[in-house]
Ligand binder design. Structure first.
Ligand code: BGC
Length: 352
């Protein structure tokens, strides 16, 4: 079977390799890879800026936004051949830390967790892959061409859960959310906001094209002006920040309503300095009881929430997020960002 592999730490090493077909161990599914979502993390790994190969090896099979069809399932499991599944990204650290020991590996305290396609375990950019039944999640059969949106949806399901839990520390009835960034994470965060009945606003730099259509198609209000102006006018109860751009973060945090919650989901590039009035920021956060929280990855609870959110979403809207589908052989094209991209997907022409 063919798989997209990379030598982490060295740029320009991505290639399609012919690898032996994997064999499912006890308690594992054998899955035909259908498609794989490509994200900024994959681009960083391919650029040699992130990622770790499995111990004792120098190459890693890339890919963490999976979608596949079960070819073989263990007897007595909840899975059967033909089921549409995604594989969970993260595995608990071996100690395990308290959080991992409680199934909250997304909150790992010692950093020794592993991640498929990212950190020390092969990923899902392969025509055949295996996964432990406990780390596979079944998807509604009608999501066959969009199910690779599940992993980014789990990231926003976790982000919303963090917002809810933080909000619940006092009386809480949020009305308005501002989502900064209209990429897949931002638009899926907007979807979950709409599903909660909130007044959803989405802000990005573009003034037309698929991102604007996706935001308005959802029933959200789209904005493209300066963050401080838009947020200053809207005074959102919640901000879901999905750009990772330092100035956007600062302007969003500084313009929430009182008791505002800003959830940061974007991983930024270090080394870019901006000038900030830290005293004013501190004053606003303290006097308003604001919270700024970071959120990464997702545990099984969030996978279940995301599966429900995708099953309840309009299928054509989900399809509109996938702006390019590229065959595995043309991976270099998929890894090159185009201005109108929302989600780029690699098609794997599953199994044999
Ligand atoms: C993935 C997360 C992962 C994070 C850090 C993101 O792109 O969606 O699952 O935890 O990268 O490696």
């Amino acid at each position: 079977m063919r798989a997209l592999t990379v030598r982490p730490g060295t740029s320009g090493t991505a290639r399609v390799d012919e690898l032996p077909d994997p064999v499912a161990g006890g308690g594992e599914l054998l899955v035909e890879g259908l498609a794989l979502g490509v994200c900024g993390t994959d681009r960083e790994i391919v650029a040699g800026e992130y990622g770790w190969a499995p111990p004792g090896r120098d190459r890693l099979v890339l890919g963490h936004e999976s979608l596949g069809r079960v070819r073989q399932a263990p007897d007595g499991s909840d899975f059967a051949a033909g089921d549409l599944v995604v594989g969970v990204v993260r595995r608990p650290d071996p100690v395990p830390c308290g959080a991992c020991g409680h199934g909250e590996f997304d909150m790992c305290r010692n950093g020794r967790y592993t991640e498929r396609g990212i950190k020390e375990i092969d990923g899902y950019a392969a025509q055949l892959w295996t996964v432990e039944t406990g780390y596979a999640v079944k998807l509604d059969a009608r999501l066959a061409d969009v199910g690779m949106l599940m992993e980014p949806a789990t990231v926003v399901a976790k982000a919303w859960e963090q917002v809810d839990r933080i909000g619940a520390r006092s009386w809480y009835e949020p009305k308005r959310v501002l989502v900064t960034g209209a990429g897949p994470i931002g638009l899926l965060a907007a979807l979950l906001g709409i599903q909660r009945g909130l007044d959803v606003h989405v802000l990005d730099r573009v003034t037309g094209g698929p991102k604007v259509d996706a935001a308005t198609g959802l029933g959200a209000t789209y904005h493209s002006g300066p963050v401080a102006d838009v947020a200053g006018r809207l005074q959102p109860d919640v901000v879901v920040e999905a750009t990772g751009a330092a100035s956007v973060v600062v302007d969003a945090v500084g313009n929430t309503a009182s008791y505002g919650i800003t959830c940061l989901t974007g991983v930024s590039t270090p080394g870019r300095r901006i000038s900030v009035d830290a005293g004013a920021g501190n004053r606003e956060i303290v006097l308003d009881n604001d919270v700024v929280v970071g959120s990464v990855n997702a545990n099984l609870r969030h996978y279940r929430a995301a599966a429900g959110a995708l099953a309840a979403a309009d299928l054509d809207w989900l399809r509109s997020l996938i702006t390019r589908r590229v065959p595995l052989e043309r991976f270099a094209d998929a890894l090159t960002a185009h201005p109108d991209d929302i989600k780029v997907v690699l098609t794997l022409a599953g199994g044999r």
